[in-house]
Design a protein around this ligand. Structure first.
Ligand code: PCA
Length: 320
């Protein structure tokens, strides 16, 4: 008994308290990104509300784990928690990718409705991998960055195009452009070395990567509203005391609300930043939009054919 007690005491001394946990949290995007700022705030709230019993250290910009490996790192318990771009998992199930399908959900209102339909489905899918979703936050609606104005889909032909997931790669290819996958952190280099010459992303990522150094025009085509997600490993979560579990879930719920608000505020603020730095913001012509939408409906038809029943159920409940 005496020996057991002294072991317990040693554990208390090394950990501060017997139940304290220190979690490393890899995230893909840089510190200037509002998603990262939101997560840092989340970590701070968890540390405060748990009285220092759960300390989350955020490792941003892929510094601990590279973006494509974050999900599996959480799954394999290499790290207990992490953030990634949700639709990157579309190769596992189309349910993960519906927010990145062109012209399905194009406003925050749509995105909220889509998330309500998507959340229960992906929660079940993630549970099979022993992952628990904590919160998900959208990027501002996605727009088009080019040198010179794009008036029709034909103007995109042959452009070396930066993509960040399979859906965008497909969309760019169907528009006649030549897509290449590039992480957000590598955008400036990809443009400066001529690897890419155009992209679709949010005003946030455009402004954070100083798009004005490489392209002259931004067109808010508002093609989709994709999301990041924060997930925790089930075993790591279950190892927490009930009181700390509640702290984590409460901070997560707050981070989701705060993140959506931050995203909405960014749309205008970051578009203004593009203009302030000399970019021309042009509303897309009807011809461009209808051309892009028609590619979107072809993609949607193909998506429906290959999607799982669960994924199709999301689309059905969203369109009601
Ligand atoms: N920014 C991220 C994903 C979507 C967005 O707006 C990126 O460009 O990689």
């Amino acid at each position: 008994m005496k020996r057991l007690l002294s072991i317990a005491f040693a554990a208390m001394v090394t950990n501060g308290t017997a139940t304290a946990a220190d979690w490393d949290m890899p995230t893909p995007y840089g510190d200037k990104t509002f998603h990262t700022a939101n997560i840092i705030e989340f970590a701070k709230e968890v540390a405060e509300a748990s009285g220092g019993k759960l300390n989350i250290t955020v490792h941003s910009a892929g510094s601990l784990i590279k973006h494509p490996e974050i999900k599996n790192a959480v799954r394999s318990q290499q790290v207990p928690i992490g953030e990634f771009f949700l639709s990157r998992l579309s190769n596992e199930d189309a349910a993960y990718g519906i927010d990145s399908q062109p012209f399905v959900a194009t406003s925050y209102e749509d995105a909220e409705k889509l998330w309500a339909a998507q959340k229960p489905v992906i929660t079940k899918l993630l549970a099979k991998q022993k992952l628990v979703p904590l919160f998900s936050v959208p990027w501002p609606p996605q727009g088009l960055y080019t040198s010179g104005e794009i008036k029709t889909v034909d103007d995109l032909k042959g452009l070396k195009f930066r993509a960040y997931n399979a859906a965008l790669e497909q969309f760019a290819a169907m528009a006649g452009a030549a897509p290449t996958q590039v992480e957000a952190a590598d955008i400036p280099q990809a443009f400066s070395t001529g690897q890419v010459e155009a992209m679709i992303t949010s005003p946030s990522t455009g402004a954070n990567t100083k798009a004005w150094d490489f392209v002259s025009h931004y067109s808010p085509i508002n093609a989709w509203v994709p999301k990041n997600i924060v997930v925790v490993n089930k075993s790591a979560y279950e190892a927490l005391d009930d009181e700390i579990k509640a702290v984590l879930l409460d901070a997560a719920a707050k981070a989701e609300v705060r993140g959506w608000d931050m995203s909405k505020a960014e749309t205008e603020a970051k578009t203004t930043e593009l203009t302030d730095n000399g970019m021309t913001v042009v509303e897309p012509s009807d011809e461009l939009l209808s051309g892009l939408k028609s590619i979107g409906s072809d993609m949607q038809a193909a998506w429906q054919e290959s999607a799982s029943d669960e994924a199709r159920a999301i689309a059905d409940s969203f369109s009601q």
